[in-house]
Design a protein around this ligand. Sequence first.
Ligand SMILES: NC(=O)c1ccc[n+]([C@@H]2O[C@H](COP(=O)([O-])OP(=O)(O)OC[C@H]3O[C@@H](n4cnc5c(N)ncnc54)[C@H](OP(=O)(O)O)[C@@H]3O)[C@@H](O)[C@H]2O)c1
Length: 281
Amino acid sequence: MMQGKQIVFLGAGSMAEAMIRGLLANQLVEPNQITVLNRTNAERLKELQQQYGVTASQDLDSCISRASVVVMAVKPKDAEEIFARISSLIDHSPLLLSVIAGLSTETMTHWTSKNTKVVRVMPNTSSAISMSTTGYCTGKAVSTEDKAIVHSLLSGFGTAYEIEEAKMNLFTGLAGSSPAYMYAVMEYFEDTAKAHGFTEEEGRQWIVDVMAGAAEMVRQTNRTPAELRAQVTSPKGTTYEGLARLEAGQAKDVFREAIEASAEKAQEFEEAFKQTTKSKA
Ligand SMILES: NC(=O)c1ccc[n+]([C@@H]2O[C@H](COP(=O)([O-])OP(=O)(O)OC[C@H]3O[C@@H](n4cnc5c(N)ncnc54)[C@H](OP(=O)(O)O)[C@@H]3O)[C@@H](O)[C@H]2O)c1
């Protein structure tokens, strides 16, 4: 489905690299189908070119004119400027995918045109190992055939889910930002292991195995996390005591607040992007 298609990444940061790495590892596309551009950091482009064999360029006009898919992977603060630069270069109707947090399909359409095939995407950095949990929603100009291409492309670095746009900011908290929450949990375990005489590496190895094992248990047994937790928790036993402390520390509320805080930040970005369209209307 992606054969012969040119994909241009505008932005050469960590998210662009994670997606490129996953796409190539999965052999969904060849390195010569990918071009990467950034703003100023030539060293970074060279690094990506050497590591992945992709094309690095600073020639926006010619890259965009050849592109079937353009992936916008810049920070929210740079979004409006880069959309303004490309809006006159997309008459050939490439698919315009944005991974920019909070940037709605409506704002993207407003910044370009109502015929632009815009797709709002929220991947996570596990894209790098083809294990992203990626949500997406499409603008009105995206056809069913286009959607199939989008789904196939996003499945190239993980699992893709079509999400109602109104829920994309919450999805950002649940899946876009949440690998970092899992890393934080791993750090807590490393610290505790170290505080009690193990090495940080031992603590890390164990929690990595434990997390992978617990995730696979849910996946493979088809039991809910609540069932599996109840199964390993004998009254007044060791796990019971640990879980009681988690409950006393309101761990559930803290995680909920973390997910919601991320969603609120994405909503803030969304509102700010919307304001730019109002001020020009
Ligand atoms: N990191 C995550 O976990 C994650 C997850 C989901 C979504 N996202 C989204 O992904 C986007 C990128 O995040 P990131 O972490 O990859 O950021 P990053 O590492 O800071 O990279 C941003 C890139 O954008 C480039 N850039 C800025 N202005 C540009 C312009 N006018 N033209 C071309 N390139 C331009 C920068 O180039 P220079 O270095 O040359 O300035 C840099 O390569 C964000 O909007 C974020 O919301 C991130």
